[in-house]
Ligand binder design. Sequence first.
Ligand code: ADP
Ligand code: MG
Length: 393
Amino acid sequence: MSTESTARDLFASMTGHEPDGVWSAPGRVNLIGEHTDYNEGFVLPFAIPHRTVAAVGVRGDDRGRVRVASTFAAEPVEVALGELGDLFPTPTGAAPAVPEWAAYPLGVAWAMQDAGITGAGVDIAIASDVPVGAGLSSSAAIEGAAASALNDLWSAGLDKTALARIGRRAENEAVGAPTGIMDQMATMIGGVDTAIFLDCRSLEAQQVPLAVAEAGLAILVIDTRVKHAHSTGGYRERREACERGAQIMGVPSLRDVSVDDLPRAAELMDDVTFRRVRHIVTENQRVLDTVAALRAEGPRAIGDLLVASHASMRDDFEISVPELDTAVESALAAGAIGARMTGGGFGGAAIALIDADATDAVSSAVNAAFTAAGFAEPALFTVTPSAGAHRDA
Ligand code: ADP
Ligand code: MG
């Protein structure tokens, strides 16, 4: 059954009638530019074919309540629109006052209301085929689907960038995950055959043709199935280290530190903070170099940049895990042009840029390496850049 049919069925079983419409938003892969978004730097993600679908209908009873259901959860969660402001923002470090999954769509409704936009009560039923907690941004996909639906049903008229900001507020302040804007922008403005070169300071976005298939290549996702959580622990610590580094350098954010400034940074800060800073500064440069290489020579030219990015995340930023390193190393050993972990780290997925006709060979090699290391079997699939959020029906 398609994800859309699943969402429609869930909606019908919750309400007894058909939805007013169906909206969906994709997960994403980040080609390069990791943890640079909240440092106001550069990223290069693209939307993947996996999508989260929201079947949504305005409630006839007009009691001003929003009810959300997901295939994830046995029970819907229902809240009065007027009470969303009592639930959110969630205090830093605390768990949301609703089940965590419900804080994503309800947080979107709250962020819309906080921006002065509201409307009738709604029912929202959610289904998804985006792997969850895999670094492929199922979180931005659920936010993007909910935000797109409410934007239409509440006649808000917000543009895609504004909807991305709504999604980010839900994630940061309702869920409590201190993530940057990359995922929400990618899910909103992604497009077929194109990566999104995003300046996370200005939110100016350029489409960069990937032309992977034309070059005889494919992008293989290796989902290690090691789950991560961004609302706690390492992600937050990395953010704090970046803020500390920027403060020591006397700049608003690490975006303002260049590769030439690194020797001075090394003198001013402790080794751990310096290595966190060095990752961000060199990663920003790698994004710029990747965009230039794609434009000048095409995707075959970016392999070394992907590999350097992974090494920087493993050694300087220390957000990789053994499963991700094994994924990258085994793919490269099997002939991948480049490979790196993708997403926030501490688990999740890696990507490998491979010859399309080597997909089976690389997949077998990765599987064999996981078995040899005693790791659980990874999920392997190829992705192509796909459409961003839109109304489906
Ligand atoms: P990622 O974005 O890499 O998949 P996150 O930890 O950022 O990982 O987001 C995953 C969380 O998003 C899930 O634990 C769940 O709370 C929520 N979520 C994602 N998709 C759905 C869905 N279809 N239904 C309900 N909640 C979802
Ligand atoms: Mg996420």
